[in-house]
Design a binder for this molecule. Structure first.
Ligand code: ZN
Ligand code: ZN
Length: 368
């Protein structure tokens, strides 16, 4: 909770004003927020069902009776200035009343189903509905001190969990057992849970970037990709390390060292004002120099916050610059089907002092 004594407070109340400006830039005089991460961002409400009406001068959270007391408690603790409406029927009347006077109502095109859209067209029949993309998500890109504190805590819990689990790899656990050990450690160390489904992939499985852990035991000398994170008060960390139990063969080691060096070059570019595409290019150029350009088959990174993958996207086509307060991952990889794979990833805060790695686990390949 925002008010928890060991967490830096977040400025939830200040968010609506920025989102309102962004909605106006998108040509809307009101915004109906249906993406639940965006609902949480604006109100502190963490329930699984709710809509936020953002009008010219008020914020209205509409949810159902299951969340009556929870919504009031969470909005209060977040310090959000929001009117809460509880209904077990359709929110039509509440929303139609709130929308009186609005003429251009933005909908979140990425989280409104076709059925919802037809319904809203009926409810708001006198207004024009505007499809918008990423209005709140763009505001979420820049984290305040409270958000950074939560992501940093999640990152340090993940560091501690990996330090605990690394020695267990010498026993040759299955990928699933190693993943479970990480998930358990993350919770025991104080996180609310894992940030996403933990990946542990060894040997040929490591050539598949997002494979689920299997029952295959981790073998001596294999590269093992471990990609996981922790969740603290809604905020996530994301880290990948490539490890080996016993020395891998020379070509696998070269794959790893290429990726490690590429990642370091990418992180070094993550300063305010730098084009995001340059972070991608720094990683990609280093990997290409070793001849593996075609084996780096995904984007270089992504924003991290309330969602594990959010704006800004760190890729060649990015046309914006980094700003202080961005929290991004830098995670190049090389994947050689049937042989091995390597990826190295840190969650990085872009700050006025330069890039600050929030995930700090060492990058020694061979664990003992
Ligand atoms: Zn990751
Ligand atoms: Zn990631």
């Amino acid at each position: 909770m925002t008010g928890a004594p060991d967490l830096v407070p977040m400025d939830v109340a200040g968010r609506a004003g920025r989102v309102r400006e962004a909605a106006a830039d998108a040509g809307c005089d009101a915004l109906l927020v249906s993406n639940l991460a965006n609902v949480r961002y604006l109100t502190g409400f963490t329930g699984s069902a709710g809509l936020v009406w953002m009008g010219a001068d008020e914020l209205v959270l509409v949810t159902d009776r299951r969340y009556g007391s929870q919504s009031a408690t969470e909005a209060g603790q977040a310090g959000a200035s929001v009117r809460i409406e509880i209904t077990n029927d359709s929110p039509r009347e509440i929303l139609a009343a709130a929308a009186a006077g609005a003429s251009r109502i933005g909908l979140e095109a990425d989280s409104v189903s076709w059925a919802d859209q037809r319904q809203y067209a009926e409810w708001f029949s006198t207004a024009e509905l505007i499809p918008t993309t990423g209005v709140v998500q763009r505001c979420r890109q820049i984290k305040d001190d409270g958000e950074i504190d939560r992501i940093a805590k999640a990152a340090s819990i993940a560091d501690a969990a990996l330090a605990e689990v690394c020695p267990l790899l010498a026993d040759g656990p299955t990928e699933k057992a190693a993943a479970l050990a990480l998930d358990t450690a993350v919770r025991r160390l104080g996180a609310d849970g894992s940030a996403f489904a933990t990946i542990v992939a060894a040997g040929p499985n490591a050539a598949l970037p997002h494979i689920r852990p299997t029952d295959r035991p981790i073998g001596v000398g294999e590269l093992v990709i471990v990609d996981f994170g922790a969740l603290v008060d809604g905020y996530r960390s994301d880290m990948t390390r490539t490890l080996a139990v016993g020395e891998p063969d020379a070509s696998a080691r070269q794959v790893y060292e290429t990726v490690r060096d590429a990642q370091q070059l990418g992180v070094a570019r993550a300063a305010p004002g730098a084009p995001i595409a340059e972070v991608d290019k720094a990683c990609r150029d280093r990997i290409a120099a070793s001849g593996w350009a075609d084996a780096f088959i995904h984007g270089t990174g992504h924003g991290v916050g309330l969602e594990i993958h959010e704006q800004p996207w760190v890729r060649a086509a990015a046309d914006e610059a980094l700003q202080a307060g961005h929290v991004i991952t830098v995670e190049p990889g090389v994947y050689l089907p049937g042989f091995c794979g390597a990826r190295v990833e840190d969650t990085v805060l872009v700050s006025n002092d330069g890039p600050r790695r929030l995930t700090r686990s060492p990058k020694e390949l061979v664990v003992s």
